[in-house]
Every structure is written in C-alpha cells, then in structure tokens.
Design a protein around this ligand. Structure first.
Ligand code: GTP
Ligand code: MG
Length: 332
C-alpha cells in the first residue's frame, strides 16, 4: 500500500484503532472516507466526534493528493474532473446512445425492469466490455460482481468474450464474484471491497440484484422503514465506493405492479425513493416480444429517450445485428 494512505499516518489513529479498523475491513484512508463517521464509530467503539475528526482528516488527505474532489471548487474544476470520468461501452450503438457513450465511472447506474428483461445479461456484457482497452471503449479494468440471486454464469461470460474477440480465460480471471447470502452479507462484501478493488484494478462494481435480498428479508409493513434504512446504507456505500475509487457501479432492481397507476406502465421499481435518489442514472428495461426496450429515466443531463435492443448469445446487441444474422442464415 502507498504510505500516504496508511491508517496510522493520520493523527489520532494508533495501533489499537488501526487493528480495530483493519478487523472491520477498513484497510486504508480511502476506506475511512467510504465508510463514513457513523460506521467508523460503530466498529471501533470510539465516540462520534473523534470518528468525525478522523474521517475529516482522511478526506483532507485524499483531497491534498488529488484523489477526491475538494469541498469547494470552481465550475472549471468540476468541468475538468468530469473529463476524467471513464465510460464503458455496452458494445451496442443503441445503448451507448442512450447512455451518451456508455456506463460512467464515479456514478451509480440503476437498471430496473421485470424478470427476464435482460438486466443480468446487461451486467454480464459489461463484465466483458470493461476489460477492453480504452481505445475500444473499455477501461482495461476488472469487475467485482456481487451476486445475490445466484445468476452469475461464467459460461455466458465465455460466449460474450468470444463474440467480442477477447480471450475468455483472461476475461474470467478479471472478474471477482462475491456471492451474497443475505442483505447483511451483501453490505459486508461492499464494506470490505476497498482492498480488492485496488488489488485487482477493478473498474466496474455490479450489485445484481441490489434490492432482492432486502425485499425478501423485510416483509410486511412493520419492517418497511428498517428495510429502507438498510437499503439506503447499501446504496450510499455503493455510490461512495464508485466515487472514491473512480469505478462504475451498476445496481439492478426489479419492478412490482403498482395498483395506483391507471395509465401508462403499471410498474415501478422496488426500493422506491431510496434507490431513485442515490442513483445517478436510471434505466428502465421492458420486454416487447423478442426485443427489449430501454428507457433513460430522469437523468441530470440525458434526454428522456427510448431505444430498442436485443439479448443474444454474445450479450446485449443492436436489433439490426439480429436481422443481419437472419439474412445471412437465409442466404447460406
Ligand atoms: P430477473 O433477474 O429474473 O429479474 O431477470 P433479468 O432482467 O436479470 O433477465 P436476464 O438478464 O436474466 O434475461 C434473461 C433473458 O435473456 C432470457 O429470457 C433470454 O431471453 C435472454 N438470454 C439469456 N441468455 C441468452 C443467450 O445465450 N442467447 C439468447 N439469444 N438469449 C439469451
Ligand atoms: Mg437477473
């Protein structure tokens, strides 16, 4: 680890605190910032004021090193920082157009939609495309895939990698899969992700599904506020990790029928406001026969538009790819 990021390089953090922090998965100054003062107080047993002081110092250290943005900045600086944002191509024209180039780093992109709408296939495709070099629309980085539904399939990665002309074995090696067994475990995985992200040069974090476990564990009205609170914590952790480590984060979310909507699409994402407010971008996937529709929903700077895509052996694809393939098959 770089010396400047060592926990004990901060005033007020001695060997005892360092050990407590390390045991709780906080390995460096970046992790301190990601976890925030409330968590740090909880895991170390120090009072909240001390924890706040330490986290503030940690934030200043990262600012001085230019690793995170300063609290007060000019618009020019924000503009410059935004030039550093990486984008991961979806390897389709339609979805890249919808996303204005691809899935962004330093941001959380939420993909919600009904079962079978292609959310998991979208994630699998990005696991491959993020590994492409920058010139080809990737970030030359690895993936941390938090799999809470047991739907990660290496076989799919192999076929997508082949379709994109990448070496499947190398691609598989750069994807770290963490199977989450319950919502607390899912949160823990993310809390401890810092060192893995650095070690493996991770550029893409995936939580598929982000809300599923929270939904199944907290049933009934009485548990709703606790569920939202814990889900809120998870989503914030995801955003902060993406911002601090300059990674892209994708969270998938299902929809439920909402009886109070009479016009338009009677579905809304589970997790409601919590997820909506933490996501930078939200995309809605919908099945339409064999095709899929993707819509950009309330983005800060994308126009609200819809595109049509398909799911193929080679991952998400442009619809005309399919037509071309059929034509080719007919010609042969
Ligand atoms: P839930 O997790 O159940 O909410 O659904 P999801 O949105 O994650 O759906 P997913 O991404 O798993 O999409 C499943 C659909 O993708 C299947 O019904 C197939 O239509 C399609 N699909 C998956 N693999 C392949 C493949 O290898 N070839 C083709 N042509 N289609 C595939
Ligand atoms: Mg899925």
């Amino acid at each position: 680890m770089v010396d400047e990021l060592r926990l004990d390089s901060l005033d007020g953090v001695g060997p005892v605190t360092t050990k407590k922090l390390t045991d709780a998965g906080v390995h460096n100054i970046m992790d301190l910032v990601v976890r925030g003062p409330v968590d740090i107080a909880e895991v170390t047993g120090m009072d909240k004021e001390t924890a706040e002081k330490i986290v503030t110092k940690a934030r200043h250290t990262l600012m001085e090193q230019g690793l995170i943005g300063k609290d007060f900045v000019t618009a020019t600086e924000i503009y410059k920082r935004r030039q550093d944002i990486g984008k991961i191509t979806t390897a389709t024209q339609c979805l890249d157009q919808l996303l204005d180039g691809g899935v962004e780093t330093q941001a959380l992109t939420e993909v919600y939609g009904e079962f079978g709408s292609g959310k998991t296939q979208f994630c699998h495709t990005l696991c491959v495309t993020v590994q492409k070099p920058k010139e080809e629309g990737g970030l030359g980085g690895g993936v941390l895939y938090v799999d809470s539904e047991n739907t990660f399939r290496p076989e799919r990665i192999v076929s997508i990698a082949k379709a994109k002309g990448l070496d499947p074995e190398k691609v598989l090696d750069n994807i770290i899969v963490a199977r989450a067994y319950n919502s607390a475990h899912q949160t823990l995985i993310l809390e401890e992700a810092g060192s893995i992200i650095e070690k493996h040069g991770i550029k893409l974090l995936i939580a598929d599904s982000a809300v599923g476990l929270f939904r199944s564990e907290y049933l009934g009205r009485g548990t709703l506020s606790e569920r939202q609170q814990r889900l809120n914590r998870f989503m914030h952790l995801l955003v902060r990790t993406a911002e601090t480590y300059n990674c892209a984060a994708i969270a998938t979310n299902q929809v439920m029928a909402s009886p109070d909507v009479f016009f338009g699409d009677p579905t809304k994402p589970i997790g409601g406001n919590v997820v909506a407010h933490t996501s930078t971008y939200r995309i809605y996937f919908k099945k339409s026969g064999k095709k899929r529709i993707a819509r950009m929903v309330d983005s800060p700077h994308h126009p609200e538009e819809e595109v049509i895509f398909t799911v193929t052996e080679g991952g998400v694809a442009d619809p005309e790819d399919e037509t071309k393939k059929k034509k080719k098959a007919e010609e042969e």
